[in-house]
Design a protein around this ligand. Structure first.
Ligand SMILES: *Cc1c(COP(=O)(O)O)cnc(C)c1O
Length: 378
């Protein structure tokens, strides 16, 4: 049986990237490695849509989130955190861990943040150093309006966006939308195994880095920048992962970032059409092009459904997290994914539901799915 990974991280890795990791180990303090490293910053800038430098960190994406706390804030600063899911809440947990005062905008899970609420907070007379938000809230499948957020926050505070799952799947125009700091990771839209994190910072954000007084050592971005300027990393990096990343970034550049985004939009639309045709409903009111969150229909055991799809058809979906456990399942269409992956996913979902006694006609889901894929294929 073939396995298809359709989770919102890790995602499938293209064969060329896997092969890059299989070469004999090289040392990182060598010209050969520096040659690879020298090509990564520009390739990342292209995907981030920014002129700012993008730092590479050896950690999972949460390391870049932590670096966006310790490098930007001082003990007397206040932050504004936008909730709405597990990852929005992670910003709040990080503030707590470092004893940073913050106000929390408690967004209902499944909904995007209301921009008026953010605007009111920012005009309330309180001074916020940073606003922390999320592009694609992976736990709920929601896309937040980062362009709108940028308009509101610009000039008032630094806007920091978790684009871990959104980058390369949902449009993010870092510079044009006035996003100061963007964090991401390797194992989502960048089609690389887990273990690398990225962060881009605007000039005002770098000024904050220079004056911030929270404790930092491993994630001190001044160290990362200094090393980056000579195509290095401050500590031993995940050399093999960087070789894979280099390959995956080449693949993205060859397809073209706008084509990559358009492909994600098509595949997401086809997924949504397939799911709806099966009589299921979406959890997110502003659904993301990276992952589709589906409400578990009445009478179906979510765990059993996900397990059946995995065991019978080799396709891995994600269940819900935290309070959404058992209530939703998530189909990722993120990264190295094509039309037939989506058809397979909807087909497996359809067959598993029928297996579990759900009353649907075989083929209704994939029919709707194909209709989108046929009509939108360029
Ligand atoms: C996956 C994810 C993270 C966390 O990434 P790790 O690599 O597990 O640290 C953070 N935010 C979002 C939106 C994610 O999807």
């Amino acid at each position: 049986m073939k396995n298809r990974l359709m989770t919102p991280g890790p995602v499938p890795v293209p064969p060329d990237s896997l092969l890059a990791m299989a070469q004999p180990m090289m040392h990182h303090r060598t010209e050969k490695f520096e040659k690879v490293m020298s090509e990564i910053p520009d390739a990342l800038k292209y995907v981030f849509k920014t002129k700012n430098d993008v730092m590479l960190l050896t950690s999972s994406s949460t390391g870049a989130m932590e670096s966006a706390i310790v490098n930007l804030l001082s003990p007397e600063d206040r932050a504004l955190v936008i909730g709405g899911g597990k990852f929005g809440e992670r910003w709040a947990e990080l503030c707590k861990a470092y004893n940073v005062d913050f106000d929390f905008i408690d967004v209902e899970w499944g909904k995007p943040v209301d921009l008026d609420t953010v605007h009111k907070k920012l005009s309330s007379g309180k001074k916020y150093k940073c606003v922390y938000g999320t592009l694609c809230e992976t736990s709920t499948g929601v896309t937040h309006d980062i362009k709108g957020l940028g308009e509101i926050v610009s000039g008032k505070a630094l806007l920091v966006v978790d684009a871990v799952s959104g980058l390369g799947a949902v449009d993010l125009q870092t510079d044009d939308w006035h996003v100061d700091v963007v964090v991401s990771g390797s194992q989502k839209g960048l089609m690389t195994p887990p273990g690398l994190a990225f962060i881009s910072l605007s000039d005002p954000a770098w000024e904050a880095v220079d004056s911030a007084r929270l404790p930092r050592y491993y994630f001190d971005l001044r160290k990362a920048k200094k090393a980056m300027l000579v195509n290095q990393t401050p500590f031993t990096c995940s050399i093999s992962l960087i070789l894979a990343l280099h390959e995956s970034l080449n693949i993205i550049r060859k397809e073209g970032i706008e084509n990559v985004l358009a492909r994600h939009a098509r595949l997401a639309e086809a997924t949504r059409a397939g799911v709806k045709a099966l009589g299921l409903s979406l959890f997110a009111s502003a659904p993301s092009n990276a992952v589709t969150a589906v409400k578990v229909p009445e009478g179906i055991d979510c765990k059993k459904l996900v397990k059946t799809i995995e065991e019978k058809y080799g396709i891995t979906f994600a269940g819900g997290q935290d309070k959404l456990t058992g209530k939703i399942f998530r189909i990722a269409h993120l990264g190295y994914v094509d039309d037939l992956d989506i058809i397979s996913a909807i087909s497996a979902l359809e067959m598993a539901l029928i297996n579990l006694g759900f009353d649907i006609t075989p083929g209704v889901g994939i029919k709707a799915c194909e209709q989108v894929l046929i009509s939108e294929k360029i």
